[in-house]
Write a protein of this length. Structure first.
Length: 277
């Protein structure tokens, strides 16, 4: 008698994109059933355990020097023949669009300057910002948005949800209430730090904490650099795929990279898979 065995699937950095057939893990559990895992400390799973490992819009948030060890961990937990699928912002496409919009401004095309400003933000803002949301949120707060069709085409469904929340402050949940003692303790800590470090030192500490919070982009990748990293981690045959394309069986049914209608969840990403020998 043949016994059917369900595949073992791991979704890292899942955020709100998860599926019950997968083990969904993230640094912070934003949804019920999400396992808390700090990937910078390794993966708490046995060797050769998973048929597929997947992470999207996560690798660019890891410090560059931590990436090789993390990808080796992905390799370790995959069974032979297992697949690693990685999705990251597409630096190549961002650069090409930036140059196209720069030429369009030179040619005097209407609306091109706003598109160029957005592509500059998309290229740089998440790498250099020192506060949550940075210049990207400042741009999206413009009402009316000068180049809404172009921006919405770039940011996809998650960006549309962010834009809607910025347009409807009433729909934004109120900040969590804090106790009297926590507020006093926070003020005391600020005063002590200001006294010990001085204004510049206090600012440097705040910026450093933010930049290590996981929001900023620590690096960006193209198809060549990502394929090289996957090979260096011991994986073979790195290949680029569309959002709906994958060697993972039943991929589109999980709706991790695609919407029910077939469109990409995040159109600014590119997708690459490699396998464990």
């Amino acid at each position: 008698m043949t016994v059917s065995v369900s595949p073992r699937l791991l979704n890292l950095g899942c955020g709100h994109r998860l599926h019950p057939a997968w083990i969904n893990a993230d640094l912070v559990a934003r949804c019920p059933g999400v396992m808390v895992v700090d990937v910078s400390r390794g993966l708490p799973f046995p060797e050769a355990h998973f048929d597929a490992v997947y992470h999207a819009a996560m690798l660019e948030h890891l410090r560059r020097e931590d990436v090789p060890a993390f990808l080796r961990e992905c390799h370790r937990v995959l069974r032979p023949g297992g697949i690693l699928r990685v999705a990251v912002p597409d630096l190549e496409t961002i650069c090409r669009l930036y140059l196209q919009k720069l030429e369009a401004v030179d040619a005097g095309q209407p609306g091109a300057e706003a598109d160029l400003e957005w592509m500059t933000i998309e290229m740089l803002d998440q790498a250099v910002r020192e506060r949550s949301g940075g210049g990207m949120v400042d741009f999206l707060r413009r009402n009316p948005l000068p180049n809404a069709p172009f921006v919405l085409d770039r940011i996809g469904e998650e960006g549309r949800e962010l834009l809607a929340s910025l347009r409807d402050p009433a729909g934004t949940p109120p900040p969590a209430a804090t106790s009297w003692w926590r507020r006093v303790r926070h003020k005391l800590r600020r005063r002590i730090l200001a006294r010990l470090l001085g204004p510049q030192g206090e600012q440097a500490l705040a910026i450093g904490r933010f930049r290590l919070s996981g929001e900023v982009h620590q690096w960006m990748y193209d198809r060549v650099s990502l394929a090289r990293l996957l090979r260096e981690a011991g994986l073979i045959e790195p290949r680029q795929h569309a959002a709906a394309g994958s060697r993972i069986a039943g991929w589109t049914g999980y709706h991790l990279d695609t919407l029910p209608g077939g469109g990409a969840v995040k159109p600014d990403l590119f997708y690459m898979e490699a396998s464990k020998p």
